[in-house]
Design a protein around this ligand. Structure first.
Ligand code: FNR
Length: 183
């Protein structure tokens, strides 16, 4: 049976390199696997008082259900100050509420991680910063390959299309490896 991956890009801006990388990952997703594109938009800042009074924000609850129904999760992370951007971490944090839902949404779920930045190191440090989060949630990270997309301003054109053939080949290899891991 066909496997389903939900991909979430961790940037809120329209011209995001990471959203562009997620679209390219969908193009390179191998046959027999589908990659559904999601974003971290529309989720308020975590506030325990809001949670107590109103529960989980609708968009966070919707994303939780989408991840729970999928075979795997692919995070496409930007890097801010050598770590995870707050907005992306905040979205995932809301998705881990209430804690009783963590097994349903995250535990033992395969997770892939890629990212793009205009800098030379292409999200090496923000990808590393995600690892304790995966460990805490009991996820199964795909460690078979690494994909850091640096110099994003050259790798993507003004319309957000991936125009670097070498990176596209590495992305295809990543998606093939991740799909095999998920299967
Ligand atoms: C950045 N950026 C950045 N890039 C990087 O490679 N390492 C870093 O530590 C940082 N730090 C950083 C901090 C802050 C506050 C901002 C706003 C930006 C640049 C960042 O990679 C760039 O803005 C990307 O374009 C963000 O990803 P999206 O929005 O294009 O997906």
């Amino acid at each position: 049976m066909s496997k389903r991956i939900v991909g979430i890009a961790g940037s809120l801006r329209g011209g995001s390199f990471n959203a562009a990388l997620l679209r390219a990952a969908q193009e390179e997703c191998p046959a027999g696997t589908t990659l559904e594109i999601e974003s971290s938009r529309g989720i308020p800042l975590y506030d325990g008082d809001v949670e107590a009074a109103q529960g989980i924000p609708p968009r966070a609850a919707e994303l939780k259900d989408k991840v729970a129904a999928a075979d795997a999760l692919l995070l496409v992370t930007p890097e801010y100050n050598n770590s995870i951007p707050g907005a992306f971490k905040n979205a995932i944090d809301w998705m881990t509420r209430p804690p009783a839902d963590v097994p349903r949404v995250f535990r033992n779920r395969p997770v892939g991680l890629i990212g793009a930045s205009p800098g030379a190191y292409g999200t090496v440090l923000s990808q590393t910063a995600w690892l304790p989060v995966f460990r805490t949630l009991g996820m199964r990270p795909f460690f078979g390959q690494l994909l850091y997309v640096g110099n994003a301003g050259k790798v993507f054109d003004a319309a957000g299309k991936l125009v670097d053939d070498a990176i596209r080949a590495r992305l295809r290899k990543y998606m093939e490896g991740f799909a095999a891991f998920v299967a």
